[in-house]
Write a protein that binds this ligand. Structure first.
Ligand code: GDP
Ligand code: MG
Length: 678
């Protein structure tokens, strides 16, 4: 399939908006169209769908491929909630466009706002689909108004509903000015197009005009034709909508009721018609491994192979399934690829394309495409792979810091190795999950983004990997930093095996802005301190970042500069410079008013109006600051920030405060100085 005919899309939706149902219908209709002549009875597909439905899993792969109108659509699984930010980040990173599904009754739910804004940050072109038009309370125009108001989008319907609730019958295509219907009780049948009826004409014309007005703002050609009262060719309309989507000038809106098999094929047409092909997007920024300079990666299969690992899934039979997005060049089965992050060459045993119920062996994967690689043992989510002769790192994914820690041990010591292996597998799958072993006690400690995150992982360890393990009480994972600048000169001199080891370094430490990370720079030239010793200083400082200042928690946002150094041709060694730098770093930090930082969480609570007083009180008692309070029809939405330490067990508390009716989501916001130490 040529790359212009490829679409890499995500489906973004709030829980319950109908993502699973719509995806199922997409796979059903596309499966049928792809397999015409292969499977004569559609029943087989349907049976399979029902089976999957009963088991409650539809899309198990992180990316599923299907075909529509001679185009290839790779659907990338995109979580709808923010409990697992890393999952959202990584899917947004590799998809080229997205469909936002909204419920015609619920409209925009607070949790989906976060995901939508993340998609804005990544500049993901989108179309919207208003689902569940058949439900009681369905209101298409209220839903699009909410999208405008709450998400700051500029909606532009390309279809309108005919009727609503139990009267929802079909949709009006306001580009082609016709009506679209689906025969009831026959999901296999395609849509039926009918002429516009008189009773729908004025509404259709009104919205057609609005559509033309909007398209006229980005196409002079349309503006002129329209002003002259001439018909605008449909092809030009589609082309202009596509242009607007790519520029994110507006948000075309589709409508339907997936459960009733209404609206799905037009949505598929829209995905092909309006969402970008990989080649419609600008080149990808990368960094040369050799000299850290910025490079531009052209999205072409001519260049050196370059791909991003965006998900690792452990499969009991096949081992590590490595989902990759290829940005340039071609990756071939049976060859070696180079992992830029791990600096390791590995062999590609197999390349697979995942379909809804099968997988297909491929001999290669080209720029623009998404697939699964089998054979890479070391790869981790976020790694760049490509050719050893052309070492470029794609911008690595940004993952939040693990903020909660818990000790874990096997129920029986004989399971220790199995537990360690399992934890190792899980850290490869999930970059926001880390494991460390205490050097002295041998105790295993796991860290993640929240109680829920660790709960899910521990459940997987027990159920999926069959390792009986028990965990201790969750602890906050603090950080340390400095609050003023300070300098320190460390002179090191140690005799080892009769040989002197000397070094002298002057280090300056200074606070960086929150979130900037740790940095090391050398202001000493290589003529004043040879490269070998400069490297040793860097190692000494960088290793010290993880070991804390006063309490042993990792240091963050500390800027270190080597401002002077002294060495002797006779007695200096790399070892001495590394040791001097580690000690110098400690001493400089202690003189720089060290601070202990605690994770502050962003908390969104939805509570029925009756309990709102108690809920707010409780958040305040926990040291939380309420940022906003917003009324919905029957519920209130509270947004607050609170220290993680005070939020342990909050789900139980909220349940009892609201008689089980309140819900909340919580994610890491930032680190802030902790009052009163620990
Ligand atoms: P997800 O959480 O976004 O994946 O949503 P699901 O697809 O699982 O749907 C949630 C619920 O809404 C299920 O009970 C579906 O049967 C129902 N549902 C999905 N689409 C529609 C629709 O078009 N109309 C109605 N009435 N219900 C729907
Ligand atoms: Mg679902």
């Amino acid at each position: 399939m040529s790359v212009e005919k490829m679409r890499n899309i995500g489906i973004m939706a709030h829980i319950d908006a109908g993502k699973t149902t719509t995806t199922e219908r997409i796979l059903y209709y596309t499966g049928k169209s792809h397999r015409i002549g292969e499977v004569d009875d559609g029943e087989a597909t349907m049976d399979w769908m029902e089976q999957e439905q009963n088991r409650g899993i539809t899309i198990v792969s992180a990316a599923t491929t299907c075909y529509w109108n001679e185009h290839q659509i790779n659907i990338i699984d995109t979580p709808g909630h923010v409990d697992f930010t890393a999952e959202v980040e990584r899917s947004l990173r590799v998809l080229d466009g997205a469909v936002g599904i909204f419920c015609a009754v619920g409209g925009v739910e607070p949790q989906s706002e976060t995901v939508w804004h993340q998609a804005n940050t990544y500049k993901v072109p989108r179309i919207a689909y208003i689902n569940k038009m058949d439900r009681i309370g369905a209101d298409f125009f209220a839903a699009i108004k909410e999208i405008d108001d709450k998400l700051g989008a500029e909606t532009m319907p390309v279809y309108l509903p005919i009727g609503a609730e139990s009267d929802f019958k079909g949709i009006i295509d306001i580009v082609n000015m016709r009506e679209v219907y689906w025969p009831e009780d026959d999901p296999k049948a395609g849509c039926i197009y009918e002429e516009l009826k008189d009773e729908n004409r004025s509404m259709a014309e009104e919205w057609h005009e609005k559509l033309m007005d909007k398209l006229g703002t980005i196409s002079d050609e349309i503006m002129e034709l329209y002003l002259e009262g001439e018909d605008v060719p449909h092809k030009l309309i589609h082309k202009t909508i596509r242009k607007g989507v790519l520029e994110q000038a507006f948000l075309p809106v589709f409508v339907g009721a997936s459960l009733r098999n209404i609206g799905v094929q037009p949505l598929l047409d829209g995905i092909i018609e309006y969402l970008p092909a990989p080649t419609d997007l600008p080149p990808v920024p990368g960094i040369s491994v050799k000299n850290e300079s910025a490079v531009i990666v052209e999205r072409s299969d001519k260049g050196s192979p370059l791909a991003l690992v965006f998900k690792i899934q452990n499969d009991r039979e096949a081992g590590s399934l490595c989902y990759v997005r290829v940005y340039s060049g071609v990756i071939k089965k049976g060859t070696a690829v180079y992992n830029m992050n791990k600096r390791k060459r590995e062999r590609l045993n197999r390349i697979l394309r995942m379909h809804s119920n099968t997988s297909e062996d491929l001999s290669s994967l080209s720029a623009g495409d998404i697939g699964v690689i089998i054979g890479m043992k070391e790869a981790q989510t976020g790694d760049t792979i490509g050719s050893e002769g052309h070492q470029v790192l794609l911008e690595s994914m940004h993952f939040p810091e693990p903020v909660i820690t818990v000790a874990i041990e096997p129920k029986t010591m004989s399971d220790m190795d199995k537990l360690k292996k399992t934890l190792n597998t899980l850290t490869k799958e999930d970059p926001t999950f880390t494991v460390s072993e205490n050097d002295e006690t041998g105790q295993l400690v796991i860290s993640g983004m929240g109680e829920l995150h660790l709960d899910v992982l521990v459940t997987r360890i027990v159920r999926e990997f069959k390792v009986e393990a028990k965990i201790g009480n969750p602890q906050v994972s603090y950080r340390e930093s400095v609050s003023v600048a300070s300098e320190y000169t460390e002179k090191f001199n140690k005799v080892i095996a009769g040989k002197e080891n000397t070094a002298s370094v002057t280090l300056k430490v200074a606070p960086m802005n929150r979130g900037e990370g740790n940095t090391f720079t050398s202001a000493v030239s290589e003529s004043n301190l040879p490269r070998e010793y400069q490297d040793a200083v860097r190692r000494g400082v960088e290793n010290s970042f993880t070991s804390g200042i006063m309490y042993g928690y990792p240091g963050i946002d500390i800027g270190v500069t080597l401002i002077a150094a002294d060495y002797s041709e006779l007695t200096s060694t790399a070892f001495a410079f590394e040791a001097a730098s580690a000690l110098g770093y400690d001493n400089a930090c202690r003189g720089a008013s060290p601070v202990l930082l605690e994770p502050v969480m962003n908390v969104d609570v939805l509570s029925p109006k009756d309990y709102i007083g108690e809920v707010i009180n409780n958040v305040t008692v926990r040291g939380g600051m309420v940022n906003s309070l917003e009324s919905r029809t029957s519920i209130e939405h509270i947004n607050a920030q609170a220290p993680l330490a005070k939020m342990f067990g909050y789900s139980t508390v909220l349940r009892s405060l609201t008689q089980g009716r309140g819900t909340f989501s919580m994610e890491f916001s930032h680190f802030a100085p902790k009052e009163g130490g620990i």
